[in-house]
Design a protein around this ligand. Structure first.
Ligand code: ZN
Ligand code: ZN
Length: 344
């Protein structure tokens, strides 16, 4: 292996180390200062709902309702992309530059230290390489350092200079790397944030499909719960043998004297008040009777009435008529209700 090859091999991992570090830094930065990511789970939820409303994005809503995790992951990806490539482009670039500088210093210092040590101990190039590789293990992989290939190189001073010289253009390359190319490496800022923010419970309310907000992935010691349920029509719940959507919020249903069919294939009816006895999907949900229904979901049902009807091939009619009171809310009020209600 020539010194050149050595540098090339080392270089790739240097680029990777700098990029990985930058990805971790960017994710950390966003976790601290980006409004959607710097709070608790409800805060993230609030921003997801805000963004859906602002975009009037019905398909997004449907993904969010049926595959909430998938939607939240794409929300995170999109926001990270905007942050790095648009709103905080300069900051991201500065961070990359800083990490290149740090890496240069780190490598220089390691080379210098190894050289000094080997000189004092009268070591050879084998020893020198061992020193260098052990202190730069994570940054430079000199590929199993086949030292026999260096037998012809007697001066580690020469090696040191060659490596430093060879690293210069590599560092230059990293500096000129587009932030886009950074994404080819193992650590990606969006994936880091997804791993941090999505490791939680994703079980949906059996009635309205609202997602449990517990921060533990598996919380068998506590019931599933969510501070705000929704109109069950959002989940396509309808009256049996009709095409009429059930517009009530499940928090209202569980206080009523009505019954429901937990299984569409069976005739077994369960009173709402005893919903927990309706099977495993229901048993571990704590749904507290409540009539402080979130304006946001009332607005949503009215705003997307037609699309919901088409999507489920059901109607808001008769028993499933939308209460006229729901129609008075504007999008702004809907979004504002998120701010008020999610102040937890
Ligand atoms: Zn519910
Ligand atoms: Zn849960």
């Amino acid at each position: 292996m020539s010194v050149e090859q050595l540098i090339q091999r080392g270089g790739v991992s240097t680029v990777e180390a700098v990029c990985n570090k930058t990805a971790i830094d960017l994710a950390g930065e966003m976790k601290c200062s980006f409004p959607a990511f710097n709070g608790n789970r409800l805060n993230l939820e609030k921003h997801v709902l805000k963004s859906l409303a602002e975009k009037d994005d019905f398909d997004g809503f449907i993904t969010y309702i049926h595959q909430p995790r998938k939607h939240v992951e794409s929300f995170i990806k999109e926001e990270v992309k905007k942050y790095i490539f648009t709103s905080h482009k300069d900051k991201a670039r500065d961070l990359l530059k800083k990490n290149v500088e740090d890496m240069k210093q780190h490598v220089s210092l390691a080379l210098f230290t190894a050289t000094e040590k080997v000189k004092t101990q009268r070591g050879d190039t084998d020893m020198w390489l061992e020193e260098v590789t052990s202190s730069l293990r994570d940054e430079l992989t000199f590929d199993a350092i086949c030292s026999q290939n260096f037998r012809d190189i007697n001066s580690f001073e020469f090696l040191k200079e060659e490596i430093e010289k060879g690293l210069e253009p590599i560092m230059e390359d990293i500096n000129n790397l587009s932030l886009n190319e950074m994404n080819e490496f193992r650590q990606k800022p969006d994936q880091i944030l997804i791993d941090q923010l999505c490791r939680c419970c994703w079980v949906k309310c059996p009635f309205c499909a609202a997602v449990c907000t517990n921060t533990m992935e598996d919380h068998s010691d506590a019931d599933h719960s969510v501070p705000f349920h929704r109109s069950t029509a959002i989940n396509g719940v309808h009256y049996r043998d009709t095409d009429l959507l059930s517009v009530e919020f499940c928090t209202t249903d569980v206080a009523s004297d009505q019954s429901f069919y937990p299984d569409s294939q069976s005739d077994e009816k369960i009173p709402y008040k005893r919903y927990r006895t309706a099977g495993p999907r229901f048993a571990n949900w704590r749904i507290t009777p409540d009539d402080s229904n979130l304006t946001y979901w009332k607005w949503f049902v009215c705003q997307f009435q037609k699309q919901l009807e088409d999507h489920y091939e059901l109607k808001f009619q008769g028993r499933g008529e939308i209460p006229s009171e729901w129609r008075k809310y504007s999008k702004e009020e809907a979004i504002k209700s998120l701010d008020e209600m999610y102040k937890l």
